[in-house]
Design a protein around this ligand. Structure first.
Ligand SMILES: [Zn+2]
Length: 546
């Protein structure tokens, strides 16, 4: 019923994942269309003839099944309280025929005698509150019959109807979503508490698998949009808190204001800075803190010994076990993320508690999302002085060869499915790693009979088929048809056999002995999400990091 406004980030040729840039907003137009304009969004519900409604909806999208649309539409007209409330509102407003009154869709009002923690279905009388102009909460929705050239109204993220108006398919009865006046229950006594329920708590509850039917988890790509939408809502509420609580963050002690006053500039020109504190994940101060911490590790322990990258495998058997019949991994970002988090915890246990590479002096990791929407983690490990990697023992930790199938069938299966780069090169110029006609990751690597370390960079043992290296044949798509492609040791991503067997995911293990590599590695680990930005500012203009 509302329109969804965002700047979608589309990546051609990648797995379908919903990504947005910047802010998301939901907007509501007038209930009735202006005479000669085509009806859009909620205006379609006011068309008298049901078949004409179906025809209008079909005219906006191709390939819609008219019978399905007709059925869904009938359910919404019968069950959705907002549809009937909007119809009543349009009637009331037409009858009143006055400009002094507004019909308000209240952000907080609930039926008398019910508690706010219940996620009530709004009743019609609750929705249509006729109020004199000017008396309304700034979170309320003001219904208009006709726009008369006025812009669309933006729906406040904290309004309880925010979800139901945007996702009528997921909430066919029009049940309430999160609002700022929801309170938590005491889990022991079941009594109401005064603690506010955060958007994160509410939506993590909604996304869990339950014994009853949860339509969210069956909604495929709409779930991706829903999850992104609700994350932006959470972030917006957090940012709003920071904006309103700048005095308690002691932002006057931050550098810009101090510098200005030190230089005897007029404080009138400084403006009001909105500062994001270091505790806000992803803020410039947060990144700065983490970077300083890792540089302190280097000062104390020297350069790290191992650099490990683990990537989520969407074909992971655990993921397949938990998704519902007929679903693909990308339909369930909730399961993919939970399984990845379990891998990260498992890895931490193996490396820190069980010391699989030796005793650790320090370690750090960061989690990042790839363009395809799959998470991956970068780890840096500093081994204790006694357990540091000797050049002779590199082969015990890192391997870059295809194992023999007859010796170890499990490892062979894992390496051939998770640890092979490509295909790329001249034959496959459209591969994602290809830049300027070359593989950006440096594949294929040269054959090498023994591991050597030159200038701090190791060249791992990769025997050619002639020298006893193993090969295998896999079918790859080339110019629309599948061809047999022989893979040899030049295409193996270095791995640790124990780790890959324990986790069953892509985990690239590299030795980093060079001081030259360290700066790159630290920056790579802390680079944050891909972003681009530009700004035109005057020197004395107020800074707003939000
Ligand atoms: Zn490549």
């Amino acid at each position: 019923m509302t329109s969804f406004g965002c700047s979608e980030d589309k990546i051609p040729g990648w797995q379908p994942t919903f990504r947005v840039k910047g802010q998301i907003h939901h907007r509501l137009g007038s209930l009735l269309n202006e005479g000669n304009e085509r009806p859009v969004y909620c205006q379609i519900y006011f068309i008298e003839d049901a078949q004409e409604q179906v025809r209008q909806r079909n005219s906006y999208f191709d390939n819609l099944n008219a019978d399905v649309i007709s059925d869904v539409q009938a359910v919404l007209h019968k069950q959705n309280r907002y549809v009937s409330a909007f119809k009543t509102a349009a009637e009331i407003l037409s009858e009143q025929n006055t400009d002094d009154m507004n019909l308000i869709l209240s952000a907080t009002k609930r039926p008398h005698g019910t508690h706010e923690r219940q996620f009530n279905i709004p009743c019609t009388s609750e929705l249509g509150v006729l109020m004199p102009k000017g008396i309304f909460n700034n979170r309320d929705i003001i219904l208009r019959t006709r726009s008369h050239g006025r812009p669309l109204q933006r729906i406040n993220e904290c309004h309880r109807a925010y979800d139901a108006l945007q996702y009528p398919i997921l909430f066919p009865t029009g049940s309430d979503g999160w609002s700022i006046d929801l309170k938590l229950l005491n889990p022991k006594t079941g009594d109401h508490s005064n603690k506010q329920m955060s958007a994160m708590q509410y939506y993590t509850f909604k996304l869990m698998h339950r014994d009853y039917f949860n339509p969210l988890l069956y909604s495929g790509r709409l779930l991706q949009q829903y999850v992104v939408d609700q994350f932006v809502k959470m972030e917006t509420t957090r940012l709003l808190y920071l904006r309103l609580n700048q005095s308690s963050l002691r932002c006057e002690s931050y550098d810009v204001l101090c510098d200005t006053l030190k230089n005897n500039a007029s404080s009138n020109t400084v403006g009001r800075n909105i500062i994001l504190p270091a505790s806000f994940t992803g803020s410039p101060r947060w990144y700065h803190n983490k970077l300083q911490d890792s540089l302190a590790y280097i000062r104390k322990f020297g350069s790290p010994d191992l650099f490990i990258t683990t990537t989520m495998n969407p074909q992971d058997p655990v993921v397949k076990n938990f998704i519902y019949t007929g679903q693909r991994p990308e339909d369930r970002p909730d399961i993919v993320c939970r399984v990845f988090q379990r891998h990260v915890q498992e890895m931490k246990k193996l490396m820190v508690n069980h010391s699989i590479f030796g005793k650790l002096s320090a370690w750090l990791y960061s989690i990042e999302y790839q363009k395809r929407g799959l998470p991956h983690a970068h780890w840096l490990l500093w081994l204790s002085r006694n357990d540091r990697i000797h050049p002779d023992s590199v082969d015990n930790i890192v391997c870059a060869e295809i194992p023999a199938k007859e010796k170890d069938a499990v490892l062979y299966e894992l390496v051939t499915t998770c640890m092979i780069h490509g295909p790329c090169g001249k034959q496959f110029p459209n591969a994602p790693c290809m830049k300027d006609g070359k593989c950006s990751k440096g594949f294929p690597k040269p054959f090498c009979n023994d591991t050597t370390i030159t200038d701090g960079y190791p060249t791992y043992k990769r025997r050619s088929p002639h020298d006893g290296g193993n090969t295998f044949v896999k079918a790859v798509k080339h110019k629309g048809t599948f061809i047999d492609y022989t893979v040899d040791n030049r295409w193996v991503v270095p791995y640790n056999p124990y780790l890959i067997r324990a986790l069953g995911v892509h985990s690239n293990v590299e030795i980093c002995m060079s001081v030259k590599a360290i700066k790159y590695v630290i920056i790579y680990v802390h680079k944050g999400n891909d972003q681009s930005s530009f700004a035109v500012t005057k020197s004395a203009e107020a800074r707003n990091e939000i």
